[in-house]
Structure formats: C-alpha cells, structure tokens
Design a protein around this ligand. Structure first.
Ligand code: PRP
Length: 211
C-alpha cells in the first residue's frame, strides 16, 4: 500500500489536528513525545506518514505532491496562492483577517487616499485593496509584531490576524475593517485527490463527523 503523506503546520495546530485524528482511530504516539526533534513520523499499519513543516511551506509541499494532504490556516492558503484543493474546514484556530490601525486612520482609509499598509500578508492585502476596495496603497512587508508599524509611523494601517483583539487593544489600535474569517483547513494535492480518491475521501468523511 502506498503511504498517504500528511503535512502539518507545526505547533499548536499540529497537536489539535492529531487530537481530531485520534478520535477517528488514527494515532502517532511517536509524535506526541514532546522532547522529540524528529520531523517525520510513520504509522505503518495505516500506511500514513506525517511531517511537521513551517506553516507557510505546507501549501508548497502539497502543490508539488511531496505531501498528499496538508493541514494549515486559511491565511496561509490565501497568501501562498498554490494550486490545490481546499476540502475541509477543521474549525480550529478561528480568527479574522482585518485592516487595523489607530481610530484616527479611519478617515484616511475611507477617503481612499494613498496610504501605507504594513503586513505579513502582502498578497492578501494587495488583493483586498486592489480588488475589493479599488484603492491604490503602498504595501510594506513585515515579518512579525506588525502592530508596531502604525505606532512608530511606518504605515497608517496594518493587515493582520485578530483573534481575541487584545494585541490591538493593548497597543491603542482597533479593527477598522474585516477582510475574511479564518480557520484551519485541509488541503489536498490535485493528483492525489484522483489517485487516492477512496482513502482520502474516507478520511475527509471520518474527520467531518468528529469536527
Ligand atoms: C498574531 C497576530 C497578532 C496576534 C493577534 O501574532 O499577528 O499580532 O496574533 O492575536 P490577538 O487578537 O488574540 O491578540 P503572532 O502571535 O502570530 O506573532 P507575530 O505576528 O508577531 O509573529
């Protein structure tokens, strides 16, 4: 039997995904060992392989078929824009992609004037401002702590993930517009979906029963 390979975004999402899989009789005890530095785990009986990748690389592994299946956030799927099938919402890690900034930025945003937008998600920000708001903006790519940008004067607004809203609140910022809701999704390689229709189909069905 050919192995089905599943790429997981390492961290909390991988652990929560394994909890869901355990409910449908798929386990990987080796992976639960917190002290391990291993990246690949095999369940011989079920013909499954799991590997832990950086979230933003998961869609890449799946598009090229190095993984048949990936579990990763909708934010990463949208940002990477890879060719793959999104087949299941795991309803984990629910949050929102938002335009945020100080209340004073609302005017500049609404006037449609040329503003600067700092973000870890340049593709999502570009798509939103070009195709939804039809507004010309300058997008500045950052790698983290994006909330700093409007505070120190790098940009008027940010495009970022908001979960509880406390990072914004504690930095004197607020949600100005909501772009889209986010959560973890299962994605499948386009060829694997045809070649392994039966096994992947059953996995999707079993998982959707326990989500
Ligand atoms: C994310 C996001 C926000 C924060 C939102 O950051 O970029 O900063 O979480 O969560 P909250 O609404 O519950 O406060 P993350 O922890 O991934 O760090 P980084 O973006 O600074 O790398």
């Amino acid at each position: 039997m050919r192995y089905i390979t599943i790429a997981l975004a390492k961290g909390r999402l991988a652990n929560q995904t394994m909890e869901i899989l355990e409910k449908i009789g798929i386990s990987c005890p080796e992976m639960m060992d917190k002290s391990t530095r291993k990246l690949i785990f095999t369940n011989e009986e079920l013909g499954l392989k799991f590997f832990l990748a950086k979230a933003s690389d998961v869609p890449t592994y799946v598009e090229y078929g190095a993984a048949d299946i990936g579990i990763v956030g909708k934010d990463t799927i949208e940002e990477e824009g890879r060719k793959l099938y999104e087949v299941l919402d795991l309803h984990l890690g629910k949050c929102r992609m938002c335009v945020a900034g100080p209340a004073s930025a609302r005017l500049a945003l609404e006037s449609g004037s040329q503003i600067r937008v700092a973000t870890k998600y340049p593709a999502i920000a570009k798509d939103y401002f070009n195709n939804v708001r039809h507004q010309t903006v300058e997008i500045i790519k950052l790698n983290g702590s994006v909330e700093l940008a409007p505070i120190v004067g790098l940009s008027e607004v940010i495009v970022d993930i908001v979960e509880t809203g406390s990072t914004l609140r504690e930095n004197g910022l607020e949600v100005l517009e909501e772009i889209c809701p986010l959560s973890a999704r299962m994605v499948v390689n386009r060829v694997s979906m045809k070649m392994e229709q039966e096994r992947i189909g059953k996995l999707i069905e079993d998982m959707s029963r326990v989500i």
